[in-house]
Design a binder for this molecule. Structure first.
Ligand SMILES: C[S@@+](CC[C@H](N)C(=O)[O-])C[C@H]1O[C@@H](n2cnc3c(N)ncnc32)[C@H](O)[C@@H]1O
Length: 250
């Protein structure tokens, strides 16, 4: 599918086919598998870093739960936790999901009651029932209007952003790219949201900058940082949640 094509799929939005597995612990009100520490032998030719990645994946209960419940990403649990804590999504809501591939947040938003999710990612996303997803670069000037057009006059109740820039390894460049994504997401939220709507975004390195925080505090009733348990402790990501949008007076 080419840049800008819309994936439209509008039946019920349940996670992809859950699979059965023996469970022992509770996570988010549902049972989760027993935590195990399985080791992977370093096969000839396999790098230590890829061995560590595989070990982390097979010992991570969120990866296992995502597989069992049919979520396309372990990230789905981050949105589930954010929503559990801040009650962002109400039944019947319209939600915009920025940086939505492979679709875990889209699935979680629909499961949590959203009537419709409009998503954007520069990577292709397999259709998720109940969503309209466009493959497009959100940093292009025409992206906000593209999303607003997809919404068809239906201002979103919630704007979510899990946008994460591809890292170059050059710290300053990566930081600037990340800041630009967060600022663009916040700008879109403040342009598109319904009065009283909510915004949640991934931010990095200790949280949002002062200028952005001040801007959000002026336009939202509540602004908070939050690190979900499902966000790996070694990851610098945290989330910023802004509730109760107050549009500027005309
Ligand atoms: C952490 S992933 C999102 C995971 C998603 N929340 C889920 O649960 O499946 C971050 C996404 O941001 C997307 N992204 C980064 N920069 C982007 C841009 N400029 N435009 C559109 N998508 C972008 C990446 O392609 C990637 O799929």
């Amino acid at each position: 599918m080419g840049q800008g094509e819309i994936y439209r799929h509008m039946s019920s939005g349940k996670p992809d086919g859950p699979k059965r597995r023996r469970t022992t612990k509770k996570m988010h009100g549902e049972s989760t598998p027993r935590m195990m520490t399985r080791k992977v032998r370093t096969a000839r030719g396999r790098k230590i870093s890829s061995k560590q990645w595989i070990e982390r994946q097979i010992n991570d209960p969120y990866v296992e739960q995502a597989r069992i419940r049919g979520y396309r990403s372990r990230s789905a649990f981050k949105l589930i936790e954010i929503d559990e804590k801040f009650n962002l999504i109400k039944t019947g809501d319209t939600v915009v999901d920025l940086g939505c591939a492979p679709g875990g947040w889209v699935q979680a938003a629909l499961k949590n009651g959203a009537r419709r999710v409009v998503g954007i990612d520069k990577r292709p996303v397999d259709p998720v029932p109940g969503s309209d997803i466009v493959k497009f670069d959100f940093m292009l000037d025409e992206a906000p209007d593209r999303l607003i057009h997809m919404l068809g006059g239906d201002a979103p109740d919630v704007v979510l952003s899990d946008l994460a820039a591809d890292t170059t390894g050059h710290r300053k460049t990566d930081h600037l790219k990340t800041v630009a994504l967060v600022e663009a997401a916040a700008g879109f939220a403040m342009k598109a949201l319904k009065p009283g709507g909510h915004f949640a975004t991934k931010v990095f390195q200790g949280g949002a900058g002062k200028k952005l925080l001040d801007g959000l505090r002026a336009r939202f009733e509540i602004v908070r940082h939050f690190k979900p348990r499902s966000s790996r402790s070694e990851s610098p990501e945290i989330y910023l949640v802004a509730k109760g949008f107050k549009p500027p007076r005309e």
